[in-house]
Design a binder for this molecule. Structure first.
Ligand code: SAM
Length: 243
């Protein structure tokens, strides 16, 4: 089992959104004629989510930005000048955090965001619209990178089917594909972060990570909703697997 640990008490984003306690009065959404109850619940949750409000205030494209910021605050992954590949990047919150922290908007480092969906440009990042599972995509990413990467991030998730086991298997398949690619581009000492679901199907991936990295952790950042089964695997200290 990978190790778990605690979170630092503050976030370098200065978001003040940690802990999940909404600031200000809770917003209530009236049930409207044609809107489904589930949509009303979603809207109410969005309007009352402090991370959503902070993301809007700070100009982040998604509340997910805080998940990477919190992971980085704890594990010190993103240092100025590093080269980052962000898989499953849309709408761009993780890419924005990576750009800020490696300094690629100030001429340091390099950030490449890849997603099957289109997304508007982000200053300091190179964006690629591509299905990561398509055979040509890793080749295209390597060409855009033009050298090794220090970090490969994967927040990829296929749209949820509502069937837990199916979603779990799909997310692990994407994480495994991301790691297959990471082994080809990561520099020695590099890091790999991927989203998986709590519940175990990532066993084989975990074994490979244990073999290939000095340190592996499971981490659920405070910005990850407690009702979500998502959890992140954070692997640091890449040692190239023997051929
Ligand atoms: N990290 C993002 C952020 O901070 O805004 C949020 C990522 S969202 C949870 C998951 C993303 O994975 C979606 O944008 C989805 O399009 C992408 N995705 C899923 N399957 C993919 C695939 N096969 N290739 C590329 N992207 C994929």
């Amino acid at each position: 089992m990978a190790r778990k640990g605690s979170w630092p008490s503050g976030s370098r984003t200065g978001a003040g959104a940690r802990g999940g306690s909404p600031r200000g009065a809770a917003v209530r959404v009236k049930t409207a004629g044609r809107r489904k109850a589930s949509s009303t619940q979603w809207l109410q949750r969005q309007l009352n989510d402090p991370y959503v409000r902070e993301a809007k205030r700070l100009g982040y494209r998604s509340r997910a930005a805080f998940k990477l910021a919190e992971l980085d605050d704890r594990f010190h992954l993103l240092k100025p000048g590093l080269r980052v590949v962000d898989l499953g990047a849309a709408p761009g919150g993780w890419t924005q955090i990576a750009v800020q922290r490696v300094g690629s908007d100030r001429g340091k480092g390099f950030v490449l965001g890849v997603d099957i969906l289109d997304m508007p440009s982000i200053a300091g990042a190179t964006l690629m619209r591509a299905d990561f599972t398509a055979a040509e995509t890793p080749v295209r990413i390597k060409a855009a990178l033009g050298g090794p990467a220090d970090i490969v991030l994967s927040d990829m998730a296929a749209p949820a089917t509502g069937h837990g086991q199916t979603d779990h298997l799909k997310i692990v398949a994407l994480a495994e594909a991301a790691y297959d690619f990471a082994t080809e581009v990561l520099a020695p000492g590099g890091s790999f972060v991927c989203k998986v679901y709590q519940g175990g199907a990532e066993g084989e991936l975990l074994q490979r990570l244990k073999r290939d990295f000095a340190d592996i952790r499971h981490a659920k950042p405070p910005a990850s909703r407690s009702e979500s089964a998502e959890v992140y695997l954070v692997a640091q200290g890449f040692r190239r697997p023997a051929a």
